[in-house]
Write a protein that binds this ligand. Structure first.
Ligand code: ZN
Length: 160
């Protein structure tokens, strides 16, 4: 069976950046399982999965715009430490929800200098060209319920 709309695919992946550094990998874990056509994975990778079958191994390069987006400088802001009242031991790497005009977005603290706390609302991989090494493990038909919900049920998916 080929990966197409209304199929569920499981795959192993290793993700590297332009420098060849491994950013993420499913090796040693369960494969990632997703519902094709439901934007469960980044669009640039989803497009290149189509037509593949179990056992296929291939490389997929994804530009930032088709991955986690370009790095948006406006999403990096310096806020006063007082904005974190009630947070003990504020540290670089801590994540918070920031209220914005577009709703709550996750931000991470990237620097602390005196009273100035820098937070970044970009995805950690924003601006990166993504290099995936993919191995398709399994392709099956999606259930009607999975298609309606827009995600995978059971192994590797939602349990509800
Ligand atoms: Zn569901």
């Amino acid at each position: 069976m080929q990966i197409a709309e209304r199929t569920v695919a499981s795959f192993h992946y290793t993700l590297t950046n332009d420098a060849g550094e491994v950013l993420d990998s499913s090796q040693g874990r369960e494969p990632l399982t997703y519902l094709h056509g439901a934007s469960n994975i980044v669009p640039g990778l989803e497009a290149q999965m189509a037509g593949h079958v179990a056992g296929d191994r291939f490389a997929a390069d994804v530009a930032a715009t088709d991955g986690y987006g370009e790095h948006v400088p406006e999403l990096v802001q310096i806020v006063p430490r007082a904005a974190f009242a009630g947070v003990d031991d504020l540290e670089v790497g801590m994540q918070f929800q920031a209220q914005t005009g577009q709703g709550a977005i996750p931000v991470v603290v990237t620097a602390i200098e005196g009273d100035d706390v820098t937070v970044d609302g970009n995805h950690p991989l924003a601006g990166e060209t993504l290099h995936f090494a993919i191995e398709i493990v399994e392709v099956r038909e999606a259930s009607v319920e999975e298609v309606l919900h827009g995600h995978v049920h059971g192994a590797g998916g939602h349990h509800h």
